[in-house]
Design a protein around this ligand. Structure first.
Ligand code: SAH
Length: 215
């Protein structure tokens, strides 16, 4: 894997595009500038890696659009050392961004070949993320609580078990809707009884499967 000046130049351009679309979080923009997104693509698709588009990664799944990664990462307000659970590792790109932001990342993927590929890639890139194979729709109860939880597949509802696995003051960012289109929700756990739910607009994700997703 080679990260050359051409790729770096394309990343600078991508960052400018994201700024024009309203992304302001400097740490997130820096992480996108630093992480070679083309490493997460098969060679043949290298030219597509720096367009602001989602792209197929095999097994009917996609690497999220950079704008979506930027929005979700910004909504999480990552502080270095935050313990973050990601559901839907996919290519591993979002996990790499979170790791670059200084988070202690726990990422779950249900499709084995994707899990294997992402785990190998992040290890090669010397990015530390703990990777798990299995249904993440119920979180990782044995490793809870988490400061932040991010779901990168669209589900029909907010899984209650994910709220349970958040610390007080914790944040869950999750797209919720039907199988075609979802609303990006940010849920802040003020206390065990009080949740603040914000709506951050329309997005399109592949479906969240599993027990608390689309069965
Ligand atoms: N964050 C990814 C985007 C992946 S697309 C990236 O940066 O590339 C969503 C991923 O969620 C797919 O790989 C899909 O297999 C996975 N997924 C869907 N339902 C899941 C579940 N219940 N548990 C774990 N992963 C799931």
């Amino acid at each position: 894997m080679i990260d050359d000046y051409r790729a770096k130049g394309l990343r600078k351009k991508l960052v400018r595009t994201l700024q024009e679309k309203g992304i302001k979080d400097e740490a997130v923009l820096k992480a996108i500038l630093d992480i070679p997104r083309h490493f997460f693509f098969d060679d043949i698709f290298l030219d597509h890696a720096y367009e602001d588009k989602a792209f197929p990664i095999g097994n009917e799944q996609t690497i999220s659009q950079p704008y979506t990664v930027a929005v979700q990462s910004s909504l999480l307000s990552i502080k270095p050392g935050d313990k973050v659970l990601e559901i839907g590792t996919g290519s591993g790109y979002q996990a790499a961004i979170l790791s670059k932001l200084g988070a202690e990342v726990y990422s779950v993927e249900v499709i084995k070949p994707l899990f294997m590929k992402a785990r190998m890639l992040l290890t090669d890139m010397r990015l530390h993320a703990k990777m798990f194979l299995g249904d993440g729709s119920k979180g990782l109860p044995n490793l809870a609580p988490f400061d932040k939880i991010i779901v990168t597949a669209g589900g029909p509802k907010v899984p209650e078990l994910l709220i349970d696995q958040l610390k007080t003051g914790g944040i869950l960012v999750i797209p919720v809707g039907d199988k075609q289109v979802q609303r990006m929700l940010r849920i802040i756990k003020k206390s065990d009884k009080e949740l603040i739910t914000e709506d951050h607009g329309t997005f399109r994700f592949v479906p969240l499967t599993g027990g608390d997703g689309w069965r």
